[in-house]
Design a binder for this molecule. Structure first.
Ligand SMILES: Nc1ncnc2c1ncn2[C@@H]1O[C@H](COP(=O)(O)OP(=O)(O)OP(=O)(O)O)[C@@H](O)[C@H]1O
Ligand SMILES: [Mg+2]
Length: 242
């Protein structure tokens, strides 16, 4: 009798992933899965390995071990632009906007090499009305919060099915951070799958239904957001509870 084919419902599946720099791993044996439509957070402090994990998923770093599967295909080691074409978009903490180009021009580049979809562009302006008010303004003159909106908006232009967001609140004052998360909640409610790396743990746990804690390059605690928020270890390390 044939073995039944096990079809995982996960859109992103990471197994045994290790990666690092100049031959030395800084993340070790990372495994997790994300289902379509889920919002998941990866929480960890400075240097824990969040950005390295995202870079390894996106093949910006070559993993020393492990596999990454996305939407049914093994994407381990695939060129970054090909991964993006499959619908996995990445918004780095550094944002990498083109400062001397306008808001609209930055958005249009997000669709490259496809023709920009005006309906998607409209939906970006709908989620981020501040960008709509500043269409012709140079990206370099936007406030930090607006630049973050533009970085997310540009990623949306590629019509991703999953968005990896690295610390979307970097450099944002608390009110703007909360505003950024409101927009992310809206994207989540529209059915976009989100994986958010964060140090702003309360916001991240509110957005996500589940989370993983990364510490010194290894996954430790994980579980539903309410459980993590109530965990004394998480409270001590990430929520400022004495
Ligand atoms: N380009 C690099 N070359 C060498 N080591 C690096 C490089 N980038 C990061 N590291 C090291 O890898 C480890 C994990 O860093 P990483 O940037 O992934 O952490 P992070 O969780 O994203 O931290 P942060 O919250 O500060 O962004 C750290 O020890 C860091 O010093
Ligand atoms: Mg980082």
């Amino acid at each position: 009798m044939r073995e039944p084919v096990v079809v995982s419902g996960a859109i992103l599946s990471v197994a045994g992933l290790s990666a690092g720099y100049v031959g030395e791993d800084v993340i070790y044996d990372i495994g997790f899965e994300v289902d379509e439509g889920e919002a998941v957070t990866i929480i960890g402090s400075n240097g824990a390995g969040k950005s390295t994990l995202f870079r390894a998923i996106m093949s910006m770093l070559t993993p020393s071990a492990g596999t990454v599967r996305f939407d049914g295909s093994d994407i381990t080691g695939l060129a970054t632009h090909r991964i993006a074409r499959l619908g996995l978009a990445y918004v780095p903490a550094e944002r990498h906007l083109f400062p001397q180009m306008s808001v609209t021009e930055n958005l249009l580049l997000g669709a490259f090499p496809d023709r920009p979809d005006p309906a998607i562009q409209d939906s970006v302006f709908d989620v981020f009305p501040r960008l709509a008010e500043r269409k012709t303004q140079d990206a370099g003159t936007l406030s930090g919060g607006e630049q973050q909106m533009l970085a997310v908006g540009r990623a949306l232009m590629s019509k991703p099915s999953l968005l990896l967001l690295d610390e979307p609140t970097t450099g944002l004052a608390p009110l703007l951070a909360a505003e950024a998360y409101k927009a992310l909640a809206r994207l989540r409610d529209d059915g976009l799958t989100l994986v958010v790396a964060e140090q702003q743990v309360p916001l991240a746990l509110e957005l996500a239904s589940r989370g993983y804690v990364i510490d010194h390059g290894r996954f430790g605690l994980s579980g539903p957001s309410e459980e993590l928020a109530g965990n004394p270890e998480v409270q001590r390390a990430y929520l400022g509870v004495a």
